[in-house]
Design a protein around this ligand. Sequence first.
Ligand SMILES: CC(C)(COP(=O)(O)OP(=O)(O)OC[C@H]1O[C@@H](n2cnc3c(N)ncnc32)[C@H](O)[C@@H]1O)[C@@H](O)C(=O)NCCC(=O)NCCS
Ligand SMILES: Nc1ncnc2c1ncn2[C@@H]1O[C@H](COP(=O)(O)OP(=O)(O)OP(=O)(O)O)[C@@H](O)[C@H]1O
Length: 197
Amino acid sequence: MIMGLTGGIASGKSTVSAMFVNRGAGLVDADVIAREVMLPGSGVLEAAVQQFGSGILQVDGTLNRARLGEIVFRDPVAREQLNAITHPAIRQETNRQMHSLESAGSALVIVDIPLLYESGLETMFGQIIVVYVPRSMQLTRLMERNSLTLEQAEGRLKAQMDIELKRRRADVVIDNSGGLADTERQVALLWDRLGLS
Ligand SMILES: CC(C)(COP(=O)(O)OP(=O)(O)OC[C@H]1O[C@@H](n2cnc3c(N)ncnc32)[C@H](O)[C@@H]1O)[C@@H](O)C(=O)NCCC(=O)NCCS
Ligand SMILES: Nc1ncnc2c1ncn2[C@@H]1O[C@H](COP(=O)(O)OP(=O)(O)OP(=O)(O)O)[C@@H](O)[C@H]1O
């Protein structure tokens, strides 16, 4: 079985994905794939440099993520341009990995895609899990984890669909606003309900 997993930025997707992996699920992580398709020498990185200039590179030729983030999280047009350059490659590799894990015999494959709804990828999955925390908690966790100002954190939130909308669209909601033990309990419950125990 393959399930999509999404949520808002810093809502806890990686935390919840790790809980599924600990129980034996396979994981495809679109954020990891997004990094891989932008390694030095890739056509995707080359296209990004053509679009945004060599200022987005570090001296060693790797992507300066903070610099590109500064550009795209404050400018919707630039963000759309980056999405157009990166998303086809990310989507293709995500598809490849999830089917390869399923063929290899994973009883459950979790596919963590931050922009699942924004990119209209619902049809790839029979069931979608949304990892939910209220917007105010997204902001505080994001500011703390990434050492961002409130303004920078709000810029990143504005780049995504509102988390309440995602919650309403979900097939399954995991509420990650309590402690980790409470989240783990919800994961255990879902694991049982899916007949995976
Ligand atoms: C802009 C970049 C360089 C910033 O890198 P940085 O290391 O600061 O952040 P990281 O990649 O870890 O992403 C953190 C979170 O930001 C959010 N985010 C990233 N890209 C986008 C985007 N284009 N639009 C909206 N939110 C985004 C996601 O929630 C993601 O989980 C990087 O996010 C990127 O290359 N984005 C384009 C590819 C993409 O869309 N990735 C996310 C979905 S697969
Ligand atoms: N239940 C929780 N209680 C307290 N802190 C938490 C909880 N779950 C996650 N966190 C913390 O909140 C932050 C965001 O969590 P995580 O990195 O899992 O989110 P994410 O949705 O994967 O983020 P991104 O969208 O940036 O990929 C992290 O610093 C994490 O340690």
